[in-house]
Design a protein around this ligand. Structure first.
Ligand code: DAH
Length: 342
């Protein structure tokens, strides 16, 4: 019988060597020491088959084996738990001396920044925002703006037609008509948005953004336009920047002007940016043609208006010194980061 007890002891010793985790130690322990159902518990049940004179020695042997197994497996359980804790610490260890990975911060796109800046400047002068549709009828984009079919000015803007009467707007000026049709003066709106033209080179893109301005009230003159634009260029290109008006032609304004600002790079002495002239062309504008007011049901003998259209990409290109409009659309993070640093 003692040989049997010794065999179980050896079985526990060699079986214990295979155990990998505290969970396995627990299961293994249960196999031997689970009350009367464990292998050692069952040994006690054998008592009745033992010769009476050997029973005392047998019982003592089983008890000793049980004590030993409890001690041995208890010890193993402790070691295993300590090892598991250590492994957990190792795997979760952080090297706080490692340099931290830098998280790249996002930025607003330069076009958005310039757009927001222009809106801020004109909002501070009391302009409200109106956003018209990108798909327009021929009427809103051209005819109501005093540019009927066959008008030579239509050639100035190469148009994407969707249907004979439907097109992608070529100018935010179309927004003027929407506003004036619905509202009687006083009107003071700013209309930002995308416009589309079949045009593609270093300074033109088939899609770009404009910002239209319109003021209609009693007694509005070109002086009001220049006063507002002086304020605008001073804020966007730097204090002291002035404007100059040159005669031009747009069907929807009479008189029409091309607006230049004094070169903010050289201060007017002549440089590469202003091509030696001291002036940079920045936008078109004028006094709203009476025909346009009348087309919208506004009495031109009582009211007059001023209008202007600013190219947002052009403004951004001037501000950031970019000579290719594509740089603004390619979304090259390296380029955009440099622009954001300015
Ligand atoms: N719509 C013109 C263009 O896209 C720009 C413009 C010129 C707008 C004169 C105006 C204006 O409101 O008065 O070329």
């Amino acid at each position: 019988m003692n040989a049997n007890l010794e065999q179980i002891k050896q079985e526990i010793i060699s079986g214990a060597q295979e155990l990998q985790s505290a969970r396995e130690v627990y299961e293994f322990k249960k196999k031997y020491l689970d009350g009367k159902a464990g292998k050692i518990g069952l040994l006690m049940k054998e008592m009745k088959n033992i010769a009476p004179e050997e029973r005392a020695a047998y019982g003592k042997g089983v008890n000793e084996l049980k004590e030993w197994a409890l001690e041995f497996l208890g010890e193993l359980d402790k070691k295993m738990k300590a090892k598991e804790l250590q492994d957990k610490y190792e795997s979760e260890k952080i090297d706080i001396t490692l340099p931290a990975e830098t998280v790249k911060e996002g930025n607003l796109h330069p076009i958005t920044l310039v757009r927001n800046e222009i809106i801020d400047i004109f909002s501070s002068m009391g302009f409200e925002i109106f956003e018209g549709p990108e798909i327009e009828t021929d009427y809103y984009n051209f005819t109501a703006l005093n540019t009927p079919q066959d008008h030579p000015a239509r050639d100035m803007q190469d148009t994407f037609y969707l249907a004979p009467e439907l097109l992608l707007r070529t100018q935010t000026s179309a927004g003027q008509i929407h506003v004036m049709e619905k509202q009687q003066p006083p009107i003071k709106i700013l209309s930002p948005g995308k416009v589309f033209r079949s045009d593609d080179d270093a300074t033109h893109s088939p899609m770009f953004m404009q910002m239209e301005g319109l003021v209609v009230d009693k007694g509005i003159t070109l002086c009001d336009l220049q006063g507002m634009l002086d304020e605008f260029v001073g804020k966007i290109y730097g204090e002291g920047t002035k404007t100059r008006l040159r005669p031009s032609y747009f069907p929807f304004t009479e008189p029409s002007v091309e607006v230049d600002c004094s070169c903010f790079e050289c201060g007017g002495t002549g440089c590469k940016l202003c091509k030696g002239t001291g002036w940079i062309e920045i936008l078109g504008g004028g006094i709203v043609n009476n025909k346009v007011l009348e087309n919208c049901g506004i009495d031109s003998s009582v009211y007059s208006g001023l209008a202007f259209g600013i190219g947002i990409e052009r403004t951004a290109m001037l501000k950031y010194g970019i000579n290719n409009i594509k740089m603004l659309f390619e979304s090259d993070i390296k380029v955009l980061d440099q622009l954001n640093d300015k």
